[in-house]
Design a protein around this ligand. Structure first.
Ligand code: PLP
Length: 441
């Protein structure tokens, strides 16, 4: 009663009693030996149902898919300092909009701005709910009722119903397409500039790759064009890679620092892709481009709460300290070396050596960056390949999803594949125990 509340407890007790009564009348219920037996059974059934009903639908899972920025699994797991800072603020008041020095009202937007300046090199920054909101807001603030010049090769669908041309129209901007799907030159942009032009927009086509006969102006060329005609240039970078990395899969990924130093007026990116922080949309650029964004009426609808600021600021501080590779899970997973993953995979496989239900072996495979980042490139990995001794691999995969916590894996060529690249080190032992304890149903 205390645990589940009177209302839910009563309604579940009624439901299980009705079911037993109906079963007894219809002769389909198991034999009831006595009153006590019936009561015991009702209590057990009610307890199970209540426990299920009171389990939150959102739970943590073990990601053994090898997809690092897995959108369906909540993208980036937070770094420990970010999770701790968010937890700290979650159960307390905070100086979200309070100036501790002067004792009066303060600005919410200052919280991540300083560290964003430090990490990206941009003079100003604004944080909103996600990158889709950032794109929407920058268009509404900088180009409402005016033409936005954009390459036909960049009018992409990012996924989940986010189509660039639709978002542009929703923002009140007028889409002015230039070039073709595979080739757009700086001259195409130049020819489209008129007194109706409000903005030049460049979008990173983050989830696909066009190969072959292609051309696209550099960001420097677009900035030059914007300067010449006094038109702001904005760039949607998507994944938010701060600076070039040594990870070959990310060699084509544009960087925030690259765009900032090229002189883009405003660029935007997600907080929970390659940055490895909470869901957020981050806009950085010049104060003259960001002021109308900061003060736009939509900002009130798109702003973030203290938990996001807390997690984002702590994540950015890890980048600023230069230890992202050690502390931020997404960054660590991107850099994880195949031998290290192989060692973990072998350890897990040998723990499962005498298993009744499955055979485990270590094989070569590929992890992916995910989240629409680095399309077409993969990272070499070592997989634990599980073959069930009875039943199908699809059944085994389902079984893994029903564990607590659920284990999400992929099925390929009649085997279940576990990629430990995306399994957090602190979940290693838990995963081994869960798999080791699997018994026939
Ligand atoms: C992912 C992505 C978005 C959407 O970002 P969200 O943070 O998911 O809203 C927009 N543009 C590009 C280029 C992206 O890659």
């Amino acid at each position: 009663m205390r645990t589940y509340g009177a209302e839910a407890t009563l309604s579940v007790l009624r439901a299980v009693t009705d079911r037993l009564r109906d079963g007894l009348l219809a002769g389909t219920a198991e034999d009831v030996q006595s009153r006590e037996d019936a009561a015991r059974r009702l209590e057990a059934a009610a307890r199970d149902q209540l426990a299920e009903r009171f389990t939150p639908s959102l739970r943590s899972v073990i990601n053994a898919t090898g997809v690092i920025v897995h959108t369906n699994l909540g993208r980036a797991p937070l770094a420990a300092p970010a999770a701790m800072h968010a937890a700290d603020l979650a159960g307390a008041y905070g100086n979200l909009e309070f100036d501790l020095e002067h004792g009066g009202r303060g600005a919410r937007s200052i919280h991540a701005e300083e560290v964003l300046r430090l990490v990206t090199g941009a003079p100003a920054a604004v944080v909103v709910n996600n990158n889709a909101a950032a794109v929407m807001l920058l268009l509404a603030a900088l180009a409402n009722g005016r033409e936005v010049i954009v390459s036909r090769g960049e009018l992409v669908e990012i996924g989940g119903g986010f189509r660039v041309p639709d978002v542009m129209r929703q923002s009140g901007a007028v889409v002015r397409e230039v070039g073709t799907t595979n080739k757009t030159r700086a001259a195409d942009y130049a020819a489209a500039i008129s007194d109706r032009t409000g903005l030049i927009l460049r979008i990173h086509p983050s989830n696909f790759r066009i190969e072959g006969f292609t051309e696209r102006p550099t960001v420097e060329e677009l900035v030059g064009l914007g300067r010449r005609f006094d038109i702001p240039v904005a760039e949607d970078l998507g994944s938010g890679l701060i600076e070039p990395t040594t990870v070959p899969a990310l060699s084509d990924e544009p960087t925030v620092r690259g765009s900032v130093s090229a002189g883009v007026d405003v660029c935007c990116f997600s907080g929970d892709k390659l940055l490895g922080g909470p869901q957020a949309g981050i806009l950085v650029g010049s104060p003259s481009a960001l002021d109308p964004i900061r003060t736009h009426p939509l900002m009130r609808a798109l702003r973030v709460d203290k938990l996001t600021y807390a997690a984002l600021e702590a994540t950015l501080l890890e980048h600023a300290r230069g230890r992202a590779q050690d502390t931020i899970p997404v960054v660590r997973m991107l850099h994880a070396d195949v031998d290290e993953i192989g060692t973990r995979a072998s350890a897990l496989a040998s723990r499962l050596a005498d298993h009744d239900l499955l055979r485990a072996e270590v094989v070569d495979g590929m992890s992916t960056v995910g989240g629409g980042s680095a399309p077409g490139s993969a990272l070499p990995t070592r997989l634990v390949r599980l073959t069930p001794t009875t039943g199908s691999s699809t059944e085994l995969e389902q079984r893994l999803r029903s564990l607590s916590p659920p284990v999400v894996a992929r099925v390929e060529q009649d085997a279940v594949l576990l990629d430990l690249r995306t399994v957090l080190p602190e979940q290693n032992e838990q995963l081994a125990t869960l798999l080791g304890d699997l018994t026939p149903r």
